[in-house]
Design a protein around this ligand. Sequence first.
Ligand code: COS
Length: 380
Amino acid sequence: MILPEKYQLLRKNFRNFAETEFTDELQKKLDIEGGYEAEMYHKMARYGFTGIKIPVEYGGQGGDSLAYVLMIEEFARVCPVLAIYANTPNSLGGGPLVMCGNEEQKKKYLPDIASGKKHIVFALTEPGAGSDAGGTLTTAVADGDDFILNGRKCFVSGAPIADYAIIYAKTDPSAKGSRGISMFIVDLKLPGVTIGKAEAKMGINGYPTSDITLDNVRVSKADLLGPLNDGFRMAMKTLDGGRLGISAQALGLAQGCREEAIRYAKERKQFGKPIAANQGVSFMIADMATEIEAARELIYQTAIAKDANSPDSSMKCAMSKYFASEMANRVAYKAVQIFGGYGYIKDYKVERFYRDARIMSIYEGTSQIQQLVIANTLLR
Ligand code: COS
């Protein structure tokens, strides 16, 4: 797709920022030490990236899904984990508030999220409710002006550094399956909240992931987000946007792999010529580039369809995530293959890309869940 000039300029700005700020030194530090780079988050906030999709009246940039996709793609092309820093406030964290917060909630929370003062995360998954997100066991029981929450959320990206979490809990125990679930904004400083130890992960190091345990946590009724008992549908709608974001992250990673592989294949000489002169290598590059272009077209079209409220946009978000995340894994595999033994060594970026790619066909719904969403839409 030939992008209108406005988006080309945006892409250039995002690329400049990532290439200047996401230094190799910082990327290696994050990968080896894990943890979190608060200074980078604040820098992104100063540039308006943490609020790109948050409406202007609440302190954001009011950008559309295509601008958001371009930002995530360009950031992930240089460093997939740092792309998440800009993703969470715009997507799974801030998204539910933008979508169904009342005026008071939006005014209270969104400006601080857009400006990077506060960090908000999305807590849906539980030890026994992963792909079956409707199997939520966390409960919220009304008590006077509050709800009392009990349960445990797991694999919450960003929990150790977050101020708030969007928590899903069953408010109507008599409702079957995914019905009777509600959404809450929970201040993680409230008594009874425990944040677990950061998980040791294969990749995406530098943005910590942990459990959140809720033990009789008293949450004000003012922090019920959206209609009572309708939280699951809101979670699914939020995940539509989240899946688009992951597809852009996978696209950026694949583009980064492609560039590394081409540079190396032209430089590296074996049998007296650059390895790129061998069809075995050049055809891998042709395949990588073709798949990346196909993903890019699908993702950009999906972003436009989503903003136009096209009836098939949920399915397209699932298709984008399914195709782009599997594609990124294939492309990262080939990039490592082209680098040969060096691709297995941590000094070379493709080694990290390969590990980072692996989660993309898992988080925000596995590839198999995306297939289910696509098939259910087509066959209903
Ligand atoms: N937008 C709006 N509403 C949606 C929706 C969407 N994208 N997807 C589903 N819904 C609605 C359905 O229309 C249905 O509404 P009614 O109850 O009014 O009929 C309701 O939500 C339940 O949908 P469904 O019957 O499809 O729910 P299931 O329990 O069968 O679950 C899957 C569907 C498997 C698709 C869902 O649980 C899922 O996405 N699981 C993966 C979760 C995930 O991605 N976890 C990662 C968390 S972030 S790391």
